[in-house]
Design a protein around this ligand. Sequence first.
Ligand code: GSH
Length: 203
Amino acid sequence: MILIGRYLSPYTRRVAITLKLLGFPFENNPINAWQNLEDVRRANPVGRIPALVLDDGEVLFDSSAIIDYLDEVAGPDRALTPPSGSERRNVLRLTAAALGVMDKAAAARYELVMRPEETRHEPWLAHNLGQVHSGLAWIDGQVRGPWMTGEEMTQADVTVVVLYDFLRLFEASGVTAEAVPAVADLARRAGEIPAFAQTRPTI
Ligand SMILES: N[C@@H](CCC(=O)N[C@@H](CS)C(=O)NCC(=O)O)C(=O)O
């Protein structure tokens, strides 16, 4: 399988970590929509990363759809999202919150890096960053320990950790370890696991 997208994208990184945790071999093609739009569009007509090219040539895109497929192939005992019930709903809720914060962080970052400074709309930037902080504070209050939902690492942990690592790299987010101590501790411990350490992004 070939994972298209660079690990600076938290959406791509959550797929890479899931592939590694579930033991799927893959190659990474670290392209992005800004420098390689035509190549990205060949895999995903919307022109976004990540996309996953399967061994038979079928292409999947959107990180959640890819992860759903990987969980299905891994089977219910190994899947990172529980198969049913309140455990599943809880993991989906936490993962959705982390993805929502990720979308807001991306919107804030685009406002800063995609526009000439004189056209930046500060209220929109502040609106998005406000949602980043409120969402992340809520997630921090949900950590049961040692992982998000208790003893087992799940997709909620993968997504929260890639979100936090991305926010720490994106300094203008204003997110500090002190503001979200439970998430910061979770990310520190996850960072010692090879799947996380081997995919650590740099700007
Ligand atoms: N919902 C999508 C979001 C993917 C996404 O926004 N990717 C960003 C990179 S972090 C991208 O390709 N942006 C380029 C663009 O939107 O033009 C997913 O989960 O895969």
